[in-house]
Design a protein around this ligand. Structure first.
Ligand SMILES: Nc1ncnc2c1ncn2[C@@H]1O[C@H](COP(=O)(O)OP(=O)(O)O)[C@@H](O)[C@H]1O
Ligand SMILES: [Mg+2]
Length: 498
């Protein structure tokens, strides 16, 4: 239907015109039907009355058998052009006198059936009526009339209907053009405003409130326009709130970034400054411990100098980790790539940790094939990585537990996997993320039974990323932990990201 696609203006005009035209047509048709019915009833009555009058007049003619008089009486019908023919019968039913319409050139054909009737046929009206005098039937009269009047009436009505419909069409068009504006104008203006807003993304535009300012509050168009404007106002306010929030967020982010940079810088500086005196502490305590310049005397001195040396070394390890992490976060950690023999490097890590493993009654099993290709990596960092993970595995595994190191090539992916699994205390899934955060240690009730700083995993992760690889942890509390290190076999991309 093309009207569906037409503008609201044309649709409203069409609806108004259609409604008025249909009602005018319906009214005219109903009035005409009633008119035709009334006309027919009137004609029947009139015909019946004419029959009675002419019958009465012919009483004498019938009684005295005067057919001349009868013929002349019958001529009164010539005054009515609608009477086609008329017949007068005597009391025996013989035609006594008759009349035929001269204008229509009709020779009367009198019907033989004389019983009283009034018939409304398709073409004509017929009346057959007995003529009664003193209770006795002295004759019969028959009149036939045509229906010209009805046809003429219908024609006239049709003509009027056409004229009125045309007039109504014209007037309703003029009215519609004026009336529809009240509805279509604000709607079209709303549509135009909405289009403009969606095109320009300018929420400061407002829909024109039109002449609705004086309209009652329940006027739908007014409600629509007002709500539309209120919505725009809301969007505008929300926009500026968002912009303001964005500015504040950006400021906060800048401040946080600056603070983080300052923190990294501070850590790098302080770590550096701490290392110098620590080296002296470690060096001199080791001289004491080894009694390089003569015996210490009391055994307590020996014990204390050993404590100083161990604590100093531990502190140095921590400071080194902090420095590395700070450097990595500041993007200043660089790798010295070389071909690393994986088997040898892992064996070295195991050697370093073997004392601790033996003390903790933990078995370390190795599964490193001999024919592994060398890895392009920073040898010291590689050892640091494996050592971090392996030391965790040993540390968090109870007596009698087992730690397993496997190295293998992942076919098709050009990667080497080093998997370190243990049968230790494990950790819950949600704690794994925490373990990767700086200083993040999982609180497991057993917590402070294990010493550490929570720097190993975050640093390891950073180092793995620098190598173009990745680290993932599968762990289950009470069952064990499996850490997978993935190294790319090809040379890592220049680590500009870090
Ligand atoms: N193999 C493991 N088994 C159980 N928990 C582990 C294991 N490795 C790491 N974790 C948990 O992750 C935390 C962070 O590890 P890490 O960064 O190496 O710090 P640290 O070893 O200094 O505690 C540990 O404190 C521990 O709670
Ligand atoms: Mg650790």
């Amino acid at each position: 239907m093309p009207l569906r696609r037409a503008s609201i203006r044309s649709r409203l005009t069409a609806i108004i015109m259609a409604a008025s035209t249909i009602s005018v047509l319906l009214t005219t048709i109903i009035i005409s039907i009633i008119g035709v019915y009334n006309l027919k009833v009137g004609m029947m009555d009139e015909l019946s009355l004419s029959a009675s009058i002419v019958g009465d007049r012919n009483t004498a003619a019938l009684l005295f058998n005067d057919d001349k008089l009868a013929e002349s009486n019958m001529r009164v019908f010539s005054a009515r052009s609608s009477i086609l023919q008329a017949c007068l019968y005597d009391k025996d039913g013989h035609v006594f006198a008759s009349y035929g319409n001269e204008q229509e050139n009709i020779t009367p054909h009198c019907p033989g059936d004389l019983h009283e009737r009034t018939v409304m046929g398709e073409q004509a009206l017929e009346v057959m009526k007995p003529i009664v005098k003193m209770g006795e039937r002295i004759g019969t009269i028959y009149i036939e009339s045509d229906l010209h009047e009805i046809a003429a009436y219908i024609q006239k009505q049709t003509y009027i209907a056409v004229v009125v419909t045309l007039a109504v069409l014209f007037v309703s068009y003029l009215l519609a053009v004026v009336l529809q504006q009240g509805i279509s104008k604000p709607v079209l203006s709303l549509a135009a405003t909405a289009r403009e807003i969606s095109l320009n993304k300018d929420y400061s535009i407002r829909a024109n409130p039109f002449g609705n300012r004086s309209a009652p509050d329940n006027n739908e168009i007014k409600v629509l326009t007002d709500s539309f404007n209120a919505m725009l106002q809301e969007i505008g306010e929300r926009d500026s709130r968002l912009r303001q929030q964005n500015i504040e967020l950006e400021r906060a982010r800048d401040a946080a970034e600056a603070a983080n940079r300052a923190k990294s810088q501070f850590l790098a500086n302080i770590s550096h400054e701490l290392r110098t005196p620590l080296n002296a502490i470690i060096g001199f305590s080791s001289i004491l411990m080894n009694q390089l310049f003569g015996p210490l005397g009391d055994a307590k001195y020996m014990e204390y100098s050993k404590d100083i040396n161990e604590s100093g070394s531990h502190l140095l390890d921590i400071i080194n980790d902090i420095l590395d992490l700070a450097k990595a976060e500041a993007g200043k950690l660089t790798l010295n790539l070389e071909e690393v023999h994986v088997g040898k490097a892992i064996a070295k890590c195991v050697t370093i940790l073997s004392d601790r493993a033996t003390k903790g009654k933990v078995v370390i099993a190795l599964d490193v094939p001999r024919n592994l290709p060398p890895l392009m990596a920073d040898r010291l960092r590689f050892i640091q990585i494996v050592l971090n993970i392996l030391s965790n595995a040993v540390k968090f595994t109870e007596e009698g537990g087992k730690v397993h190191i496997r190295a293998s090539l992942r076919e098709g992916t050009h990667q080497m996997a080093i998997v370190i699994s243990d049968t230790g205390i494990g950790m819950a899934k949600e704690d794994v993320d925490k373990a990767f955060q700086s200083f993040g240690q999982v609180d497991s009730g057993l917590n402070r039974k294990y010493e550490g700083t929570g720097l190993g995993l975050p640093l390891t992760k950073k180092l793995m990323e620098l190598h173009g690889g990745g680290i993932s942890i599968d762990s289950e509390p009470g069952v064990g932990t499996r850490v997978t290190l993935m190294f790319p076999l090809t040379q890592p991309e220049a680590p500009e990201a870090l």
